[in-house]
Design a protein around this ligand. Structure first.
Ligand SMILES: [Fe+2]
Ligand SMILES: [Fe+2]
Length: 328
């Protein structure tokens, strides 16, 4: 009885903190479901950053100039960093990075489906920066105020870097649009291929997203999928006009009454197919990650050996200090 009452009080206090828009920190009591949801969401987010390095990494060796190569390298390295902050955030919840990595490698945990599409030309690098990182920003800016402290703080830095990603993409596209007819056609083709998958990045429609309500109550999520999708469309249409590309949606038009753009529905069958593993590059992405993991084994072993040696050295130092009364 007492135990139950205690649990009730803890739960009430927790919700109170969340409702007051204060952060939950690693040592605070939290419901199991909250912890599980966060580990799953942050892990999926971390995996997306890491797998997301592949489609663009594909173009590093073929970037058309040293400047473009330097920009692309910096961007892809940023994504690795994002993965690291996020894995670290899951560790504050008691998860083990090796365990999450393993789940990604065997396909037990997912990453964003957007990275299961191929990058066919260099224009894809620009369009990914503009649309994919742009959609990520819409998703992630509200996460800077998410209820779990370490996640919120990681997102602040990530969002700053995502803005650079979006800008470099847009700048590349602007340059290409000022180039030859062939370059303009490449940009349009990339926009045609990436527009709908970008809209799918916000997840299924609200009425097919059963976990949204609980996540909103816990303030892990601050806006629904459809709200974020609308925000992205409203933000992107004027940018497309300025760029001089056509977004491949005949239903796209300004709705003065709503004060928003109306737009068509993505192909949700395709979305579920890609989620289930049947997208154009699912197998390739996971196989590549497995290969990279195996090839990186020696780095992990070396780092572990170094850490152990260092810990032993510090141990010896502490013993010496003890023996000399703290004067080493
Ligand atoms: Fe990122
Ligand atoms: Fe990014």
């Amino acid at each position: 009885m007492t135990g139950e009452r205690e649990a009730d009080t803890l739960e009430r206090d927790f919700q109170h903190t969340v409702d007051a828009d204060q952060r939950i920190e690693p040592r605070d009591w939290m419901p199991d479901g909250y912890r599980r949801t966060l580990v799953r969401q942050i892990a999926q987010h971390a995996h997306s950053e890491i797998i997301g390095m592949q489609p663009e990494g594909n173009w590093i060796t073929r970037a058309p100039s040293l400047r473009r190569k330097a920009i692309l390298l910096a961007k892809v390295q940023d994504e690795a960093g994002h993965g690291l902050y996020l894995y670290a955030a899951t560790e504050t919840l008691g998860a083990a990075r090796e365990d999450l990595t393993q789940k990604l490698l065997v396909g037990k945990q997912k990453y964003s489906s957007i990275f299961n599409y191929p990058t066919l030309t260099f224009a894809d690098v620009g369009v990914i920066g503009w649309l994919v990182d742009g959609a990520a920003i819409c998703n992630q800016v509200p996460l800077c105020r998410t209820s779990y402290g370490p996640y919120a703080r990681a997102m602040i830095r990530i969002c700053k870097e995502e803005s650079f990603h979006q800008r470099q993409g847009y700048e590349l596209l602007m340059t290409m649009m000022g180039g030859t007819d062939e370059q303009r056609a490449m940009v349009q083709d990339a926009v045609n291929r990436w527009w709908w998958p970008s809209l799918m990045m916000f997840g299924p429609p609200d009425d097919a997203s059963p976990n949204t309500e609980q996540s909103m109550r816990w303030r892990i999520k601050r806006h629904t999928n459809d709200e974020l999708r609308q925000k992205f469309v409203d933000m992107t249409v004027p940018q497309a006009e300025k760029l001089g590309v056509t977004l491949p949606d005949p239903e796209l038009r300004w709705n003065a009454e709503r004060g928003h753009y109306d737009f068509g529905a993505p192909d949700w069958d395709e979305f579920w197919q890609v989620v289930k593993g049947n997208g154009p590059c699912n197998a390739q992405r996971v196989a590549h990650r497995n290969r990279a993991h195996e090839e990186g084994a020696w780095v992990r072993e070396a780092a572990a050996a170094y850490a152990e040696k260092r810990a032993r050295g510090l141990d010896r130092l502490a013993q010496q200090q003890l023996a000399t009364g703290g004067v080493a």
